[in-house]
Design a protein around this ligand. Structure first.
Ligand SMILES: [Zn+2]
Length: 72
């Protein structure tokens, strides 16, 4: 049986994901809620752009709720 590798740093360690860091170029975007600059994968930067909300704000529930008009 394979358990978690004891050397595994954990997914919340330093905010760095070694596996993705290599493939995904990071881009600096500014969180619209707290104004902090964060490095996110380019795909996220392109997708969310000026509406980016950092993970900390999302965790604290400060992110504006998306308006789900498509779903009824
Ligand atoms: Zn934020």
């Amino acid at each position: 049986m394979r358990r978690l590798d004891p050397d595994y740093k954990g997914f919340r360690g330093s905010g760095v994901e070694p596996d993705r860091r290599r493939n995904a170029p990071l881009e600096a975007v500014v969180c619209t809620v707290c104004g902090r600059k964060c490095n996110v994968p380019r795909g996220v930067a392109l997708e969310q752009g000026e509406q980016y909300v950092c993970s900390r704000c999302i965790e604290e529930g400060r992110a504006p709720q998306p308006t789900a008009t498509a779903e009824q």
